[in-house]
Design a protein around this ligand. Structure first.
Ligand code: NOJ
Length: 750
């Protein structure tokens, strides 16, 4: 008896309590950027500025060679001097940024400091894993830290503004840009987008290592049809509000200073000219008080979209939708003055939009010291500091996902002889991924170098290139395999096949790489695939041949070190997928939080003999790996779910608890997930929705009681009448290790 009381006490002490604490308060955005002191300064400055100079603050030029779109800015210096270009995107060197700032401060009439922005997407010099990988860590404090490290490095190089976080939910791995986001789930995506804003901006924008965040791509860009980049988006407002809006909103509520419009249309109107999105939703409903920048030439693109007859009308649409800044398109530069003179755009609109940009320059402290981000001494020692590299290594290994591990092949004892093979094995550039503008491949630790330190007998041979043979490549690979105890085979997609303008219609590993795997299989040696990719892939063929598969993503600067930590077993893998891995590209778009339909089939592995259900003729509905999935070197068991406070009233909170036990032989981290289902609603509801998660560390044999707090916000959705809130009814709740969790209970909202 005494013993069991002690045990109970121990369990209670070990309870881990979680709620939606990682999400900022809904509506908090209304309180940001409202300080009177700045408003007065801005108003006084505006009084002294000409119309042309005001327009200049709404113009963003691209630095030389900084092209991520179809056009390039010309004669920047001249425009800066005339006060017609107030903002610059991507200067290549610090010296260049200083030179441009000097032009503004010494030669322009108003001496308004230039704002410098850059795509700092998953790191500045120290490159972290690609963002989809980062999200697979589910580690909110470390994600915040990653953004903080990025801001610290970028700000030392004169960058005051990053175009991140990318908040686009997507269900379509054909779309190359899934690599830049946090996957398919609105709740997890919201936790991550807010953490990134906190990390970039810190507590005070004026701190020397804080930079402005930019929430992008507003809105719904992740739903481009057929996964083709820049394509049309067409969805109901309800789906948009429930599934796509949350991560943008959460980032705005966390205080994001800026928002970027998306290329796509929303409800028939391109986002950049869409008054519903920009004015009604973002400004009014969400209370956003920062400034809005277009994506690269997105105003000009409203002409081919077929919503504006020429660039003058396109500029009119954008400015009247409340879009502050034109990225590289020159439409504001060339047409705004005329639009004001002809009465199509009001002077008060220009003052408001210009004032919002100036307000941010004040808050960054640029008017106090325009050179505050240009400290050459700081620049010399700002990069690859131990703290940054440690954070990078930690997040890289936490982001890796163990997909398969037959017979516990991983970890590999140090005395084993490894043959490392494949086109990614000794490639530093490939480790950095597609958004590494300032990253330097020479600083990346290749897989081979990382592993060599721990396994001095390791051998390496390339085998093949990404899509083609190399002379005797297979022959050498087979020889290396035959002389080894175990093969580590790196397979995947080159980095240029992910990111912007990198849509695919096949999710399979390139054929030559698959053939290399087949060949190596014939040696009879155990094979571990190290998968390098920035998007979910169709691995149906490979998992039949490989004994183990470790998804490494594009792991960043510390790739080899992080990989070696996992291969040796020094670190027990804990990453979990944030995007479903389909069985075949034919199942795409695919996600876990689907609707049941009137003829459900195979949602969680159930199979019906009835042909007339919602299914495919020859392929199951289930994916290869579901959302939330990932293995460990140990095993976890969930049991004893209980619901406290049931039934609840609308507006009440509810506690749901379960015990998780480490049932294996190794210590490890587990990402415990809570899902709910609202059984009957005024509109149909998803079969599962993630509403909580927590990371727990458990020693072998240890148990912890996990407590999740379900809030009214968790239960709210876009109801039948389009209002946001809860509904009465019956709910199911699950706690477990992935979106197929089976430990179930229920509760009632009265
Ligand atoms: C276009 C991309 O869509 C956007 O994400 C990026 O920030 C801008 N180019 C600037 O590079």
């Amino acid at each position: 008896m005494k013993k069991s009381i002690e045990c109970l006490f121990l369990l209670l002490c070990l309870s881990v309590f979680s709620e939606a604490q990682t999400l900022p308060k809904r509506g908090a955005a209304k309180n940001f950027y409202q300080d009177q002191a700045t408003k007065i300064k801005v108003a006084n400055l505006l009084k002294k500025m000409t119309l042309e100079e005001k327009i200049g603050q709404l113009v963003l030029f691209a630095g030389k060679g900084m092209i991520t779109g179809p056009s390039e800015s010309q004669n920047m210096d001249e425009y800066v001097v005339k006060g017609l270009c107030g903002n610059v995107f991507g200067t290549k060197t610090l010296a260049d940024a200083i030179r441009i700032q000097k032009l503004a401060m010494e030669k322009s009439r108003m001496k308004i400091p230039v704002l410098f922005g850059l795509d700092v997407i998953h790191g500045f010099k120290t490159i972290f894993p690609t963002n989809l990988g980062i999200s697979s860590s589910w580690d909110i404090p470390e994600i915040e830290k990653f953004a903080q490290v990025s801001a610290t490095e970028a700000s030392a190089a004169g960058v005051m503004w990053t175009y991140s976080p990318m908040c686009d939910i997507s269900y379509d791995p054909r779309w190359g840009r899934v690599s830049e986001g946090s996957g398919e789930d609105p709740f997890l995506g919201s936790c991550i987008s807010a953490a990134m804003v906190r990390g970039y901006q810190g507590k005070n924008l004026a701190a020397p290592n804080s930079i402005m965040a930019c929430v992008k791509h507003f809105a719904a860009y992740g739903a481009v049809q057929a996964g083709r980049d820049y394509n049309t988006v067409d969805m109901s407002e309800r789906a948009f509000r429930d599934y796509y809006l949350p991560p943008y909103r959460s980032a705005v509520d966390a205080g994001a200073a800026t928002v970027m419009t998306s290329f796509n249309e929303y409800d028939g109107v391109p986002a950049t000219g869409n008054k519903f999105l920009m004015k009604k939703l973002l400004r009014k409903e969400l209370g956003f008080n920062g400034f809005i920048v277009t994506d690269f030439s997105a105003i000009n693109e409203m002409v081919p979209h077929g919503i504006a007859k020429d660039e003058t009308s396109a500029a009119e649409l954008a400015i009247n939708a409340g879009v502050n800044m034109d990225m590289v398109g020159n439409t504001y530069l060339l047409h705004l003055k005329k639009l004001v003179q002809t009465g199509k755009v009001s002077m008060s609109a220009i003052n408001k939009l210009c004032g919002e940009v100036l307000g941010m320059k004040y808050r960054l402290g640029l008017f106090d010291d325009p050179y505050r981000y240009f400290n050459e001494e700081r620049f010399k020692t700002a990069f690859y500091k131990p703290e940054a590299l440690d954070a990078c290594r930690s997040l890289a290994r936490k982001s890796m996902v163990l997909l398969q591990n037959n017979n516990n092949l991983l970890p590999i004892p140090l005395n084993k002889k490894i043959a490392l093979i494949g086109p990614f094995a000794d490639n530093q550039r490939e480790m950095l991924g597609s958004w590494a503008i300032s990253g330097e491949a020479k600083h990346a630790v290749a897989f081979l170098s990382g592993l060599q330190k721990r396994y001095p007998t390791i051998t390496y041979t390339q085998g093949c290139k990404f899509t083609s043979e190399i002379p005797n490549g297979f022959e050498y690979a087979v020889k290396a395999a035959e002389q080894s105890d175990v093969v580590l085979l790196t397979l995947g997609l080159p980095y240029e096949w992910s990111g912007e303008a990198a849509s695919l219609t096949s999710l399979q590993i390139p054929d030559i790489q698959y053939r290399l795997l087949e060949k190596l299989k014939q040696t009879g040696k155990p094979i571990i695939i190290l998968l390098v990719t920035a998007r979910p892939m169709d691995l149906s063929r490979e998992i039949k041949l490989a004994d183990a598969v470790l998804l490494t993503w594009q792991p960043g600067t510390m790739a080899g070190e992080a990989l070696a930590d996992i291969v040796t077993g020094d670190f027990n893998p804990s990453g979990k997928l944030t995007m479903t891995f389909p069985l075949t590209v034919g199942q795409v778009p695919i996600h876990y939080n689907v609707k049941n339909t009137g003829r459900p089939e195979g949602i969680l592995g159930t199979k019906s003999s009835n042909k007339y259900t919602s299914r495919y003729l020859f392929t199951p509905n289930n994916p290869l790996y579901p959302f939330g999935y990932g293995l460990s070197y140990t095993t976890f068991d969930y049991h004893d779910i209980s619901v406290e406070g049931n039934p609840i009233k609308i507006g009440d909170r509810l506690k749901v608890s379960a015990t998780v036990t480490n049932t294996g032989l190794k210590d490890g981290d587990e990402i415990a997930q809570l899902y709910i289902r609202d059984l009957v609603g005024s509109v149909t509801r998803p079969v599962r929705e993630l509403k909580g998660f927590q990371k727990v560390h458990l020693h072998a044999g240890e148990s912890k009681r996990l407590v999740f707090n379900i809030t009214p916000d968790n239960l709210s959705f876009c109801r039948g009448d389009m209002s946001f809130g809860e509904e009465r009814g019956n709910y199911h709740v699950w706690i477990g290790g992935d979106s197929n969790a089976t430990l179930e209970s229920s509760f009632i909202v009265r």
